[in-house]
Design a protein around this ligand. Structure first.
Ligand code: ZN
Length: 489
């Protein structure tokens, strides 16, 4: 893929959402980008000679969006699991077929996911890469991300072994150290694993490796049937809850755990579309508001949903509002003012995401001196593009990926006039086709089809024990819970 443009660029006359503390909306403003940074924001800017001019009139200029949790390797199976529950997902990837993925299959999914992000105006994606069965898999995953002009955080994980096992592997450690020491502005690094609540807390060793290497941990916490308050308690007692920690989903937790997250300064990554369908629990939007926990949004996996933050914003507003209304209705009351606003979710997927990945200082806002990750939403041929009255509402409820006109990452144009720049989509497609052909062959056609269209059991089935376990430990609390657990209060 070719190097995108990196000269000065000005986006002229758009409705600019700088995502500052005041929630400013700048009508008819310009955004000037020089040397990869925001050089100026304001009306009728003077620009250096040779600056590329982009007409942003009628459009919205905002910071590049940030997805803080996506299993990019699974994009190779886009849409396959549309009707899955979380249990079916675990069975397919963890127990039955995940081990079939070769390094080139991880790479194929990553490359497609990476360009899908750029297409949707997602300039930074946390690749929660949890099928790295070898360092060869990791190298392939990383190379695929680097072959695209996006910004990423590579969160290293491996569901096929205990985190205390793979973090102890010298080859994994040296890979992580190398990535950390490269200090690549477009490639952050984290360690990704979950804490299942085993009383022996075997994950402690992995936290110690993360601490020793100085790398943040991202963990699926508060996932119904898989991770719960015990894991939070263990992390807290071990001193592993830090401001750099990301708690993905954080749905089915008690008040106590939310207080621990709030008190130690970590972020929650809310993946509402996932939580609605798969069953981790209700998106904890009420809790992040109640406890003042830093929050960002994520899309989780394209095996169900597409990787765009418009879906994330819309799903998050809808889920929060639905629960607010339903709780009131159960008491015979009526909600007359909504607590969660469109501006909130636009913040969560821009500056919220920047905070989660430790980049609050240079990403997530359009402010002079910051990194120029910029999105222009504009589609003059769409009847949905006007009137543009409430720009936050427009982004959250009206816009979609097809309206993403221009995308800049690090000051380079990676999407222009609705088309990706320098991307060989045919090559990516052929790579994906190879992976699908291989997986389909390795599974056998019957298994492949049965996995995609799970049949309802004839008799009333027992509640399945969630198979997501690193150890043999089974916690009775994972199978039952009162209202307090479900609602997290
Ligand atoms: Zn996930």
């Amino acid at each position: 893929m070719s190097e995108p443009n990196s000269g000065p660029v000005v986006l002229r006359g758009g409705t600019v959402l700088p995502m500052d503390d005041a929630g400013s909306v700048l009508a008819g403003a310009d955004v000037l980008v020089v040397d990869g940074r925001i050089a100026a924001v304001g009306p009728a800017l003077d620009v250096p000679e040779g600056t590329q001019e982009i007409d942003a009139s009628g459009g919205i200029v905002m910071p590049g969006m940030i997805d803080t949790h996506r299993h990019m390797w699974q994009t190779a199976m886009r849409g396959y699991g549309a009707d899955w529950t979380l249990t079916q997902y675990f069975v397919w990837y963890y127990l039955e077929h995940g081990k079939k993925f070769r390094p080139q299959d991880i790479a194929a999914g990553n490359r497609l996911a990476a360009i899908e992000s750029l297409d949707a105006g997602v300039t930074t994606t946390v690749d929660w890469s949890h099928n790295l069965q070898s360092v060869e898999h990791a190298e392939a995953a990383l190379d695929a991300l680097r072959s695209t002009p996006g910004r990423f955080v590579f969160a290293y994980g491996n569901i096929q072994a205990g985190p205390w096992e793979w973090t102890a592997d010298p080859a994994v450690r040296s890979f992580l150290e190398r990535l950390r020491d490269e200090r690549d502005d477009r490639m952050g690094v984290q360690i990704a694993f979950d804490v299942t609540g085993d009383p022996a807390f075997p994950e402690k060793a992995a936290f110690e490796v993360a601490r020793e290497l100085g790398l943040p941990v991202t963990t699926h916490a508060g996932v119904w049937g898989a991770t719960n308050d015990t894991g939070i308690q263990q992390m807290y007692d071990g001193g592993f809850m830090t401001p750099e920690t990301t708690y993905v989903h954080a749905s089915t937790l008690t008040r106590d755990s939310y207080q621990r997250i709030a008190g130690t300064g970590g972020s929650i990554s809310v993946a509402t579309e996932s939580e609605c369908s798969a069953g981790q629990g209700h998106a904890p939007t009420e809790q992040v508001l109640t406890y003042g926990i830093p929050v960002s949004l994520s899309m989780d996996t394209s095996v169900w949903w597409s990787g765009d933050m418009f879906s994330a914003m819309r799903a998050t507003l809808n889920a929060d509002r639905m629960s607010e209304h339903m709780e009131a209705h159960l008491k015979g009351e009526t909600i007359t003012h909504l607590r969660l606003r469109a501006r909130d979710v636009v913040e969560w997927c821009t500056r919220g995401g920047a905070h989660t990945i430790g980049r609050a200082g240079d990403l997530g806002r359009l402010e002079v001196g910051r990194k120029a990750d910029v999105v222009l939403i504009k589609n003059d041929s769409s009847p949905v593009s006007f009137p543009l009255l409430n720009p936050f509402g427009h982004v959250a409820f009206q816009a979609q990926r097809g309206d993403v006109h221009t995308v800049l990452v690090d000051g380079r144009i990676v999407k222009s006039e609705g088309k990706l720049v320098g991307v060989d989509l045919a090559a990516v497609r052929s790579e994906i086709e190879d992976t699908i052909e291989y997986l389909r062959g390795a599974c056998g056609e019957e298994t492949w089809q049965a996995g995609m269209f799970p049949e309802m059991p004839e008799a009333e089935a027992e509640i399945l024990e969630n198979p997501y376990q690193y150890s043999d430990y089974k916690d009775a609390s994972k199978r039952a819970g009162g209202e307090d657990r479900v609602l997290g209060r």
